[in-house]
Design a protein around this ligand. Structure first.
Ligand code: HEM
Length: 214
């Protein structure tokens, strides 16, 4: 779970960085999207790098979800009798949200791929044209529709909570929380990663809403 989670953290950091190119304008953003498709050529075929990343992410997702189900079952078996009094003393809000937050993110990812990648669902009345040639317009037209923007912003809250606890959890699994100081550092890392990734992703829809990106 920790290893696949760390791979996702690397991916979302890279994806978020790429999205911020929307602030540099249509040409820069679309050039970046095209470079991703040409990356590694001529050693790799066109879109070769993208396909390696897709297969790797899909494999990591299968591992991550399978581990989550196994762990949830194990936790259920470990306590067959419910607590009479259940008081929350130490655990954070985000740690309670891992299952529902994870399921929310899974739903979001399915929508997101239909929306921008495989399906290119576009419900706006914008000027998207051929979305294969213009991912920038597809994205900006999408965020011109308030409820589509709302879906993304709610998903970013779920992502922040998931990253906040997930980063700490993976540090724990890897044996990096042995001392009080190390635990504090792991918590701080979780907070920073959650804010940077979810905040960075949110800047683009907010930028469209504010008319800075159009
Ligand atoms: C506000 C947040 C986000 C925005 C604006 C956004 C935007 C985009 C866009 C425009 C594309 C298509 C890129 C292209 O065609 O070149 C894309 C693809 C993708 N995004 Fe996001 N994204 C966001 C968040 C996320 C998150 C949180 C995840 C996963 C945890 C994610 C996973 C993916 C994946 C897997 C692809 C498919 C790449 C491919 O195989 O074509 N995105 N995103």
């Amino acid at each position: 779970m920790a290893a696949s989670g760390l791979l996702f953290i690397g991916f979302v950091l890279g994806h978020m960085y790429g999205n911020l190119k929307a602030f540099a304008g249509e040409e820069t953003f679309n050039n970046y999207a095209e470079h991703l498709r040409e990356f590694g050529e001529p050693i790799l075929p066109h879109e070769g790098f993208l396909w390696i990343a897709r297969v790797g992410l899909l494999a990591a997702l299968v591992v991550h979800v399978t581990c989550a189900v196994i762990l949830a079952r194990r936790a259920g078996r470990a306590r067959t009798v419910k607590y009479v009094v259940k008081k929350n003393t130490h655990s954070s809000f985000s740690s309670h949200w891992m299952r529902w937050g994870g399921a929310t993110l899974l739903l979001f990812i399915v929508w997101h791929l239909l929306n921008f990648s495989f399906g290119k669902v576009n419900v706006s009345n914008g000027e998207t044209g051929d979305p294969d040639k213009n991912p920038y317009r597809l994205m900006v037209d999408n965020f011109d529709v308030w409820w589509l923007t709302a879906i993304y912003l709610v998903a970013m809250v779920a992502l922040a909570l998931h990253l906040h606890h997930g980063t700490f959890s993976s540090a724990q699994t890897l044996g990096l929380t042995g001392t009080a100081r190390a635990r504090r550092n792991a918590r701080a890392a979780g907070l920073v990663i959650a804010i940077v990734v979810a905040g960075g992703f949110s800047l683009v829809p907010i930028g469209v809403l504010a008319g800075i990106i159009d």
